[in-house]
Design a protein around this ligand. Sequence first.
Ligand code: NAD
Length: 488
Amino acid sequence: MEHFIEVAGATIDTRNFINGERVATGDTFANHSPIDGTFLGDFHQAGETEVNAAVEAARAAFPAWAAMGPAKRGELLHKLADLVEANIETLAMIETMDNGSLLRSHIRGVMPRVAMNIRFFADWAINKLHHPAFETRGHSNNISWDPSGVVALITPWNAPLMLATWKIGPALAAGDTVVLKPAEWTPLSASFFADLTVQAGIPAGVFNVVNGLGRVTGMPLVSHPGISRISFTGSVPTAKVIAKAAADNLTPLSFELGGKSPIIVLGDADLDLAAELAVEQYDNAGQVCLSGTRVLVHEDVADEFAEKFRAKVATLKQGDPRNLSTDIGPQIHPVHFERIKGFVDRAKGEGIEVLWGGEPNGDLGGLFFKPTLFKNPPVGSEIVTSEIFGPVLTMQTFRTDEELIAMANGTEFGLAACLVSGNREHADHVTSQLVAGTIWVNCFFVRDLSAPFGGSRKSGIGREGGTWSFDFYADVKNTVVSPNGWKE
Ligand code: NAD
């Protein structure tokens, strides 16, 4: 079997990356591009043997990497970020071929962010990871963030390298070593990134990649007694399986899971701004955990808002994500496409009104689904409670703030919320009662790496970002020093 494939002019190694070396296996899984179904290549699937080897390599590399200290690690991590920046166009094209997201977004935002994920946490470990010592009856408390060991990182396909480096950055900066398992539908960018770690001089075993399906490759990783942390981004059902596996070893978990976030348009909102923010919820063909998929709009402004929203949606250009003028690309995979279509068909079958979309884009064929809006689904119906993870929104109206808050908080999720209002006091009154890890007021998707990020309820466990990331990846230690007993 071939070990290399050419994608968009880049050479990608299809083998696992363990202890600085490429490892072939007898088992493979196929990878296709969602753009047009092109076969990209077969990847070597890691089983228990390779996963064990990766964890052992990471354990062996840990003492030296931990002892290196934040400054020396920071030098290597900055080199890695430099290499990401030098390869932005290549990484952007690889990712677009692999998951169908817009090339434009990858070039302008996502891949620069990948480099920033690495730089930011390297610098944070050097400059910001301090807590002032404090006294207890003359004793000083000295807080440190010590490297914890080998971390297992499990990531999804919707923003593969961005979400992986959001974990890799702080984990490596904290002095941990890493075993990454990317999503099986999008293995390309992690493999290319592994080559960059070699070029950056990251020592063998510090960063490892194992590829394959969740049950084949993911399970032995999250069940391994030799790992100190599991950071997982993905769906709620998978999180439950991982939590059970982690329970045997009491491995600490960080979960970033699904959402069904509201985008709220108050009666006093600027409706042009509201329409602009609403149309952004179709970004990445709706495959964004943070998307405000439930539009909740005050009944007095609902019709006017819906017309403005419709006009914006009409300008969206759906098509090949490699074309820089495209706004919406394909869904990731035939299985996921059918899942989305199933939700939509069932909602239509229940007689829920479709304001626009509601079907695949027949002109484009393949995995393209039209941006869709359902109007006034009954409270509790599947389309308004389940995460669809596609370009499918619902719109419901409310009369009072009480009614709005009950609707906004009426799912099992609590990842994010977006609120549009022209009145600060009114906005504060509503946001203070929303259950969400992040709330955007009159804006969407403004994300600072130093801010806490995570979900409430079933949208996650824990927070990452700034020191919150290190609180998870590191062993936080308090050394209490007495004023007594000193001989000097
Ligand atoms: P998924 O749960 O199906 O898979 C995520 C990862 O888990 C993949 O790498 C998969 O191979 C792995 N996996 C599956 N079974 C496993 C097992 N038994 N053991 C170990 N690993 C296993 O999710 P997905 O479909 O790839 O991603 C979409 C989901 O991710 C959505 O629910 C979305 O909301 C969520 N998401 C959340 C955030 C966030 O920050 N909160 C960000 C992006 C995506």
